[in-house]
Design a binder for this molecule. Structure first.
Ligand code: GTP
Length: 598
């Protein structure tokens, strides 16, 4: 029976341990990737992903594999995104599998994301197969890494494959282990349909393409289906598998992985984690684990040229079609004009969207510093969720404010324990736990305000540990904090887009630092510009940007036209990212300055 011959698995790894390279080897070995089609890393499709070497959109490939036992297996490799921002998507694609390859770099050993991914795999009851990759490296220590896997994760690593994805060593052994050790799907072919949505993308010709794993029953063309969380119903127009090219089939049977198309116009109705069922014979219960995910980080996005506003809205509309976790709504700023407040899963997600708008849609943006969502309890009993610091009510109306905290896990070599603890302490961290993993490495756990991580925490962690620290975090909840809103005034006028929320104890220091930084970033104008930081009516810091003395062109004597033109062009170039705030020209960097302090 076919179900017995299906194996569904993913690859989990810390970033750069070789997940994509190994996936390529497996595709090659099973013949799914003819040399002509071969691109460097097939599973990462978007250019931006390729450039950054990260996986954002999940995909799957169906691979035929004739094992040593003589049977023809169908092996489905389900790709997972590789960054903490996308933890929920990772957990849902793991939920579509029975097994996972745990790839660990033979020189680097276990790292923070290795652990985080293992926990997600264990939550989903997966059979985990350790693979020690990069054994070709002179610095490889496979035996030490095996011990680490046993000690830290508690997995039996005695049969871990020694592999080099780069040199194609170990690929067959990995496939054999998948066939032997990963259980076949256990679903019931005769129960009502239950299919897990683990991703969906928008295609301009076909509408939404939903990536699914059939858990019970089967799904066929022409069937009427219902999304259990959103309640929306559709007629299935196509189902199929990726080989990796999409190939239509009449049905996807129990245990199979593939796609469904049903003239759906909006990815928001096909939410990751939702269950698709037969509208005529619905399942009584959806699959477990569905969660509606909310953005954690918000920022304002404004076109540099206000004439680009409609284009920016269109760009966001298009991006949203493909990204169920992107949120945006129109917002007006006194300083920046008309724009949007956008919500993201995390910082990386935010950067990716910003870059795509600028690169693919060609719209220069001014973005404001990211903010988290604060819960403001007012004295009159009202609860506000504030995602834009400008909207903070006056201090006298506030009873207390809560901010989101994360549980952050950092793995570092011994030598840097002091530096990491100092950093966490300076970011208002609360110590939770510390574990010596072996003679040389320590796992440190802190509760930290998300707002501090949104700033430059990761950069500081990396530089404070010479790049050795690995880092992972998850939201742990809201806690009361003593927070105030800091306003920045230019030329006596408050600039809403520069307001930020800060812990009271650090307010003076931050205010001082920011005005100093702004003084450096804002070019001299024709007149003197005072820069002030204020809490309520109280000014806590002040600097002055002195007036400009000379016109740039004064330097060009005589009629050297081409030089003059060059200078003017250069000036124009520089102005691209300037925004006139009142009568002061403010560069983009100024709006992000609050992120680069300490
Ligand atoms: P992300 O996509 O960023 O999560 O990384 P990844 O885990 O997919 O790693 P990727 O496959 O991109 O490999 C990271 C780097 O390690 C690349 O430069 C690879 O060429 C290299 N690499 C992968 N496997 C091996 C191996 O077996 N040996 C050696 N020496 N290098 C390898």
């Amino acid at each position: 029976q076919q179900q017995e011959l299906i194996r569904n698995f993913s690859i989990i790894a810390h970033i750069d341990h070789g997940k994509s390279t190994l996936a390529d080897r497996i595709l090659e070995y099973t013949g799914a990737l003819s040399n002509r089609e071969k691109q460097d890393q097939y599973l990462d499709t978007m250019d931006l992903e390729r450039e950054r070497g990260i996986t954002i959109k999940l995909q799957s490939v169906r691979l035929p594999y004739k094992a040593k036992d003589g049977k023809e297996y169908i092996i489905n490799l389900i790709d997972t995104p590789g960054h903490v921002d996308f933890a929920y998507e990772v957990s849902r694609s793991l939920a579509a599998c029975e097994g996972a390859l745990l790839v660990v770099d033979a020189a680097q050993g276990v790292e923070a994301q290795t652990m985080a991914n293992v926990y997600l795999a264990l939550e989903n009851d997966l059979e985990i197969l350790p693979v020690i990759n990069k054994v070709d490296l002179p610095s490889a220590e496979p035996e030490r890494v095996k011990e680490e896997i046993e000690d830290l994760i508690g997995l039996d690593a005695s049969e871990a494959v020694h592999a080099s994805a780069k040199e194609g060593i170990g690929t067959e052994e990995i496939l054999e282990q998948i066939v032997e050790k990963v259980p076949p799907p256990s679903g019931d072919p005769d129960s009502p349909l239950k299919a897990l949505i683990y991703d969906s993308i928008y295609d301009s010709y076909r509408g939404v393409i939903t990536y699914i794993r059939v858990v019970d029953g089967s799904i066929r063309k022409g069937m009427k289906v219902r999304m259990m969380a959103t309640g929306k119903e559709f007629e299935v127009t196509d189902v199929g598998v990726f080989t990796p090219k999409p190939v239509s089939k009449d049905e996807l049977a129990v245990g199979e992985v593939g796609f469904m198309v049903a003239s759906i116009k909006d990815v928001k109705v096909t939410r990751v984690g939702d269950t698709i069922t037969d509208a005529n014979h619905p399942a009584s219960e959806p699959l477990p684990g569905y969660r509606k995910i909310n953005p954690m980080v918000f920022c304002g996005m404004y076109p540099v040229d206000s004439g680009d506003y409609d284009d920016l809205r269109e760009a966001l509309e298009k991006l949203e079609l493909n990204d169920a976790s992107l949120r945006y709504e129109p917002e007006t700023s006194g300083a920046l004009g008309f724009g949007f407040r956008c919500g993201f899963l995390g910082l990386l997600h935010m950067e990716v969207i910003q870059e795509r708008i600028e690169r693919e849609y060609n719209i220069p943006l001014i973005t404001t510093a990211p903010s988290v969502v604060y819960k403001v309890y007012k004295t009159d009993g009202e609860l506000l969720e504030i995602e834009n610091p400008t909207l903070m009510p006056p201090q006298q109306q506030i009873d207390h404010v809560e901010e989101p905290f994360v549980r952050a896990t950092m793995m570092v070599p011994n030598d840097f324990v002091g530096a990491v603890m100092e950093l966490c302490q300076s970011k208002r961290g609360e110590y939770v736990d510390m574990q010596y993993l072996d003679a040389n490495r320590v796992n440190i756990v802190y509760e930290l305000p998300l707002a501090e991580i949104v700033y430059d925490f990761f950069d500081q962690l990396k530089s404070g540990t010479k790049g050795y620290a690995s880092f992972d975090y998850e939201l742990s909840g809201y806690k009361t904090s003593d927070l105030v809103k800091m306003d920045i005034l230019l030329n006596g006028e408050p600039v809403d887009a520069l307001s930020f929320i800060v812990h009271k104890e650090r307010a003076y220091y931050r205010g001082r630092q920011l005005v100093e930084k702004l003084k450096k970033l804002i070019p001299r104008q024709m007149f003197e510009v005072p820069v002030q930081a204020a809490i309520g009516n109280k000014v806590v810091a002040r600097e002055t940007i002195r007036a400009q003395r000379k016109n740039v062109l004064a330097k060009c004597y005589g009629g050297d036209i081409s030089r003059k033109r060059k200078l003017l062009e250069k000036q124009k170039e520089g102005k691209k990212r300037m925004k006139a705030v009142g009568n002061v020209e403010v560069p983009q960097e100024a709006f992000m300055a609050v992120l680069q302090m300490d």
